[in-house]
Design a protein around this ligand. Structure first.
Ligand SMILES: Cc1ncc(COP(=O)(O)O)c(C=O)c1O
Length: 523
């Protein structure tokens, strides 16, 4: 093999032959990589949470073409440090509070490495029996931890988006239209199909509808109440109205822990509506529960109320990679009856047939053939922390969010604008000193001057909060995100990281106040 002479004395023996990295070199680089990871995690707090790079900067700093000749492993690690790390957003940073503050963990990271080392493909039971059986076992452990009834069966997908899509594909099949065989296009016998979910549901529900040929028009968004929970009465009304107009309801998606505010839909009341509709329609209407983030908090006994009614659903997703310290990706999809998935997806090519009886072949449960051994990292996480250790940590994250909410509320210029049932605080700055622009003298006077003044104040407040977020995030000391609630631009602060302490949260609250005070002069 050709080598680049500049590197020849620094290459591993394995790079010179036709095989892999030789065992001695693997050991040496492996130790260095583990040290690197340990140093990184230990020192992550000293880095800015958000990188300060311009679009294209990272890519532009790296060669556009692949290396012609082998390069020393250490050179790639040096470039990782010097060129790649400056463009990393540190989700591991204790002051990362944007979106949902997910954390991997030591056992989870090591589990990823072990799964990569084994590199098994769990498409069939026989392609690695332990991969399939550990996946079944670990999901049953998770079911027990969540207090769900016996009988749920699980599969690990990459993301909740994929889990929800699989669930809705099963729902589509259950509606009796044989879409699996006949498709949807060009069929006069197929009415408009509808999936119902709240206006606060995650966009993955609509994306699933796009992918499954239901279209965005096939999703009807249901109003929420003042606590951002789906209104079961509005759901019942919407379904009945659709039925009068000839739509066919095929699924309802309830959310336990919505993305903006972590609100919890009344799953039991929604299941009642589903049961009534099924009785009237005479065909199945699937109930899927999206607990991608918030479902996990059911591990804490006193929070288990969030899962009330979930046992009546057909499927339920919750993501260990969001709030169970498992590195991304790992999404647990539970189904009450796995034949709903296999009826939608099982398709066994001759070269995949086996003679095994009574086993689970996970390739039949979804779209993917090749499947990573994700169960291994989840198994290590569950064993390492134990049920009590997990519950204690989740409980602390919820308590942290409560303390942050109280801390922010104590400031008269800040307002917490949604209930805080889990780990996410939605708030906005609404200071008395906010300068509201005078009405435009050239415009005709508004019909209702008081309402017009409220609108002008709302616009000014949104702009203030946008700028506040820019300044907080631009500081590099913390990262928050935003949402819109009732038309208002709102900031979100999520706890949930294993590294976040009250000291970190106090510093972030002080930063929010500092940046807001700095805006007083310019707002
Ligand atoms: C409620 C909810 N559902 C689904 C998702 C999508 O998750 P994933 O990234 O695993 O697809 C999210 C992401 O935050 C979410 O909050």
């Amino acid at each position: 093999m050709n080598t680049d002479d500049r590197h020849s004395d620094r290459l591993d023996p394995g790079q010179l032959g036709l095989g892999d990295m030789d065992p001695e070199s693997f050991r040496e680089h492996g130790h260095a990589v583990i040290d690197w990871i340990a140093d990184y995690l230990e020192g992550v707090e000293d880095r800015p949470v958000r990188p300060r790079v311009a679009p294209g900067e990272v890519r532009g700093s790296l060669p556009a073409a692949p290396p012609e000749h082998p390069e020393p492993f250490a050179d790639a690690m040096r470039d990782l440090d010097e060129l790649v790390m400056p463009g990393i957003t540190h989700w591991n940073h204790p002051s990362f509070h944007a979106y949902f503050a997910i954390t991997g963990s030591g056992p989870g990271i090591l589990g990823e490495a072990l799964a990569a080392a084994l590199n098994v493909n769990g498409m069939l039971w026989s392609t690695s029996p332990s991969a399939t059986e550990l996946e079944e076992l670990v999901l049953d452990w998770l079911r027990q931890l969540l207090g769900l009834r016996d009988g749920w069966r699980g599969i690990i997908a990459d993301t909740a988006s994929m889990s929800t899509m699989l669930a809705l594909a099963a729902a589509r099949e259950r509606s009796g239209l044989d879409v699996r065989q006949r498709g949807l296009a060009g069929r006069p016998d197929v009415p408009m199909l509808r999936v119902y979910t709240s206006e606060h549901a995650h966009s993955s529900v609509e994306k699933a509808a796009i992918a499954l040929g239901l279209g965005r028009d096939g999703v009807r968004l249901i109003e929420v109440d003042e606590r951002y929970r789906m209104r079961a009465d509005a759901l019942a009304e919407a379904v009945r109205e659709d039925m009068r107009f000839g739509y066919r309801p095929i699924a309802i998606v309830a959310t336990v822990g919505t993305t903006s505010t972590t609100s919890v839909d009344p799953v039991a009341a929604i299941a009642d509506v589903r049961d009534e509709v099924v009785a009237e329609l005479g065909h199945d209407v699937w109930l899927h529960v999206d607990g991608a983030y918030g479902g996990m908090v059911g591990i804490c006994e006193e929070m288990r109320w969030v899962l009330e009614g979930v046992d009546r659903a057909d499927s339920f997703v919750t993501n260990p990679h969001k709030w169970l310290f498992t590195p991304i990706d790992c999404s647990a999809l539970f189904v009450a009856d796995p034949t709903a998935l296999t009826q939608a997806f099982a398709l066994v090519a001759e070269y995949l047939t086996t003679e095994d009886e009574g086993v689970t072949d996970y390739m039949d449960w979804g779209v993917q053939l090749g499947r990573r051994f994700r169960a291994l990292k989840l198994w290590l996480v569950l064993r390492y922390f134990g049920a009590e250790g997990l519950a204690t940590r989740l409980r602390e994250h919820v308590a942290q969010a409560q303390r942050v909410a109280a801390r922010l509320e104590a400031n008269e210029d800040l307002r917490v604008v949604a209930p805080v049932p889990m780990s996410t605080v939605c708030f906005l700055a609404d200071p008395g000193w906010l300068a509201v622009p005078e009405p435009d003298p050239d415009s005709p006077p508004p019909d209702d001057p008081a309402a017009a003044a409220v609108v002008r104040r709302g616009v000014a407040r949104d702009e203030l909060n946008r700028e506040l977020l820019r300044r907080i995030n631009g500081s590099g000391a913390a990262l928050l995100s935003h949402t819109v609630l009732d038309g208002r631009y709102v900031l979100r602060l999520a706890t949930g990281s294993l590294r976040t302490t009250d000291d970190h949260l106090e510093r972030t609250c002080a930063l929010i106040e500092h940046e807001l005070a700095g805006l007083r002069g310019v707002a």
